[in-house]
Each structure stands twice: as C-alpha cells, then as structure tokens.
Design a protein. Sequence first.
Length: 193
Amino acid sequence: MPLPDPTDHEPIQGPRLRLRPITPDDSVAFARWLSDPEVVASFGRPPDDAAETPTAEATAVGPTGWTFVIEYRCRPIGGIEYFHDRPGAPWSAGIDIFIGEPDARDRGLGTEALRTLLQYLFESKGLKRVTIDPEPSNRRAVRAYEKAGFRLDGILRRHMRIDGRWADIAFMSILDEEWPAAKARWEPPDGSA
C-alpha cells in the first residue's frame, strides 16, 4: 500500500464534530492549549517560542503525518493527529489527541474525535492497525481510548520523559478486524449516527 500524499488534508466529518486540517491561523489557540496544565501533564511543556512559530510547522509530525483541529459546533476545542510511526509500514498509524478547551472535556468529544479518525483510517485509508500511547495513570484518556475500541498491548516502564520526569507508557492498539465491533457499539442500531 503506498503512503498517503502529505497534501491529502480533507476535513473529516463526524456525527457532532469535524476534524479540519491545521493552519497557521491556529497558532494562538494551539499555544494556549499546549500550555494548559492538563495538556502539559500528558504532552510536556511546549517550546518557549511556540507562540511565535507557525502552528502548521511547529506541530508537523513529518512527511507521513497530519494534524487536525477538532471543531465542535464550529468552535476549535483541541487537536488530533495521525502519523505512520514505522518507516515502510503505511498499514499502521499512531494517534495523538488532546482536548484543549477545559469546558469541552468530559463530554465524550475526545472519544468521538477518536472514533471519527478511526473510521477514516480503517474505512478510507485501509489501515490494519492504529496505536495510541497514554500514561497508564491518565485514567480519563485510557477510558476514552477503551470506549473507542483500543485494547492494552502492554506497559513500558520509564519509557518517555514528559515535562522533566520519567513516565510509564501504556501501548494500546485497535486492529482492522476489531473495528467493526467497536463501530457497532458507537452507532445506533438504525444507523442514524
């Protein structure tokens, strides 16, 4: 399977939200979100010059990755990205996500953003596996990922430095053959989602 074209940045529509490609106009919002204490706890502190750097460049995940703004009711509330994390393996992708607006947390929007991106990756891009790697202590994130269909593969102890401290990382994945059951739990029986 060939790698997707890095210019392939169509918006992705979900039931209640839209994932749209990031633009330099999103710099201020991303700088604010990435400085939020809850986001810092998971991702670490942004660079000191983050507010001065165009967001599309500052958050770029490389030639095989894409960053999107999560919009709910036309309002930007956070960011989500996917990337092909293994060279030569376009059948597998990793995801990172955060809800940057505090009043948008704990409303199911992160889970919906994940499901929307998973549907796109499995059904439009034909991926075989999608991974995500939260800290095991981030129960909110782990629950959202489990609701979206991810399963725990294992925990690597002291795998990453986040904001100056060593952190354990939980590796979670969902496979293409697991996606239909995860999607069925998401969609109402009449298919009106």
